[in-house]
Design a protein around this ligand. Structure first.
Ligand SMILES: Cc1cc2nc3c(=O)[nH]c(=O)nc-3n(C[C@H](O)[C@H](O)[C@H](O)COP(=O)(O)OP(=O)(O)OC[C@H]3O[C@@H](n4cnc5c(N)ncnc54)[C@H](O)[C@@H]3O)c2cc1C
Length: 457
């Protein structure tokens, strides 16, 4: 008999919330929640130790439970040492604390929920389940597995294994020293780093460089918008783009942010209505623009950015890096500004990469991913955004479901595109736990809930 009914690999938001729901639905089920980092429930997003790294969703919409979306806000209200309103963008480390408490309650509800600190490096399919081997050689067995692996680090810029982690306090200390620095990428992670540097870096310039030089837009006061457009929705990337522009133009008194947010419950459906060629077209031409409008940041974050810019301490560049040469005094970065034929050189002390997660599973060096691919238990999707799946179950190269191997979160980006933030992940975690419980009880698999993440800004 396998050691566990369910082994959840990864205790970020997704893995933690699957364990929490399982504890509610089946309080005596032997479940292993496995995390390679010592503190579970945080993941990359909520593990930061800088209190100025803020959520990019308002407190009132960050409830961890799909059936209680105000849960986080109510929890905040009950904390004597925290003074935040429902409309605030709370520190992400506070959200980590919130998840930690929810997990502690789940462990109290299900004493058979074990928290294991280890890095799973390999999975083998058995007749009655799976064998999981960690990188130190320890082995456990489980009837089923939930892959809640989250986001992987970006591709390395230089191939150096010692590239800096933008969320590590040692990196912040290193970058705060004398001299100019270069942050490659201009998304939310880069802005987090800018926020930290605004406090800690007293001298030297901060250069930001990305292909498009696009920064996440800012949140405005929340407003709602009722979409005028009705189905059938456009089935091409260009058609969708025109449609959204028209919707914004037709609502001159409504901020565009409200229109983008009103699309939220439809986004997965809109993505799935594009065929593969159109999805590729979206990725090539529209993704960069969509992402900065859709994934916006708290106004305080942009205040820090503008403060540095106005003080002449920050410069934004758009172009491509051709080459970087490291020497005793720092790094020379040869890059070509967008639209120019003449390369330029930036001489900096340090360079840090914040270009977003690597989602092409074929290129990931992660041993678990490579072994799962080799064993034909997962298949990379051809958009290079995640893995193939059907109803939260991984599919092999032949397109068949691998029974008992469940997936959720950013691994589903190729299928859903919007599979990133708490408002959709909380639905997924509840769905996966429901499916597992029903299957373990020998019932037919319940239908996954439709994405109903309407309350999101
Ligand atoms: C910096 C940042 C800020 C964000 N801010 C917000 C926000 O404000 N609001 C919002 O809604 N969303 C935000 N997000 C989106 C965020 O991705 C989700 O909210 C959520 O945290 C994702 O959870 P996850 O469990 O899928 O992934 P993760 O949080 O990445 O968790 C995956 C976990 O799996 C573990 N793991 C991976 N492989 C193994 C292995 N082989 N063995 C053992 N453990 C393993 C990792 O250590 C990690 O803890 C943010 C994301 C990032 C990166």
């Amino acid at each position: 008999m396998p050691d566990y009914k369910v082994a959840i690999i990864g205790a970020g938001f997704c893995g933690t919330m699957v364990a929490v729901h399982l504890a509610r639905l089946a309080p005596d089920m032997p479940v292993a929640l496995i995390e390679r980092n010592p503190i579970p429930g945080r993941g990359l997003a909520y593990g930061t130790t800088d209190p100025d790294h803020l959520l990019n969703v308002r407190a009132e919409q960050m409830g961890a439970f799909a059936d209680d979306q105000r849960h986080f806000w109510h929890w905040l209200e009950a904390q004597p040492d925290i003074n935040l309103s429902r409309q605030d963008f709370a520190p992400r480390m506070v959200y980590g604390r919130y998840l930690g408490e929810i997990l502690a309650q789940a462990r109290a509800a299900n004493p058979r929920l074990s928290l294991l600190t280890r890095r799973i490096a390999d999975v083998r399919q058995l007749q009655n389940g799976f064998e999981l081997r960690s990188d130190d050689g320890r082995i456990l067995t489980s009837e089923s597995i939930v892959l809640a692996l989250g986001n992987f680090p970006p591709d390395q810029l230089s191939g150096n294994a010692d590239e800096m982690n933008p969320y590590a306090p040692e990196t912040w200390k290193d970058l705060a020293g004398h001299g100019d620095i270069l942050i490659v990428g201009t998304g939310l992670t880069s802005l987090d780093l800018v926020v930290t540097m605004a406090k800690t870096k007293q001298t030297g310039k901060i250069h930001l460089l990305s292909r498009h030089g696009l920064l996440p837009r800012e949140h405005t006061n929340p407003e709602s918008h009722i979409l005028k457009m009705r189905p059938p929705y456009p089935a091409t990337a260009l058609g969708l783009c025109k449609w959204i522009r028209q919707e914004i133009a037709d609502a001159p008194d409504t901020p565009w942010q409200a229109v983008i947010d009103s699309l939220r419950p439809l986004n997965q459906q809109l993505w799935q209505s594009l065929n593969r060629d159109e999805q590729r077209r979206f990725m090539r031409h529209l993704r960069a623009y969509w992402d900065v409008h859709r994934h916006r940041c708290a106004p305080k974050i942009m205040d820090a950015y503008r403060g540095l810019e106005q003080a002449g301490r920050l410069a934004l560049h758009h172009g491509t890096i051709i080459k970087q040469t490291t020497h005793e005094k720092g790094v020379d970065v040869l890059w070509r500004p967008r639209g120019s034929m003449s390369p330029e050189t930036l001489a900096v002390q340090k360079i840090v990469r914040c270009t977003g997660p690597q989602a092409d599973f074929r290129r990931l060096g992660d041993p678990l991913v490579q072994n799962l691919l080799k064993a034909n238990l997962i298949t990379a999707d051809d958009l290079r955004l995640g893995i193939e799946s059907e109803d939260y179950t991984a599919c092999n190269a032949a397109g068949h479901k691998v029974d008992g191997l469940y997936v959720l979160g950013s691994l589903l980006k190729g299928k859903l595109y919007e599979s990133i933030a708490v408002p959709e992940l909380r639905e997924q975690a509840a769905d996966v736990a429901r499916i597992i419980t029903k299957e373990k009880n020998g019932c037919a698999r319940p239908a996954p809930s439709a994405a109903k993440t309407s309350d999101y800004r």
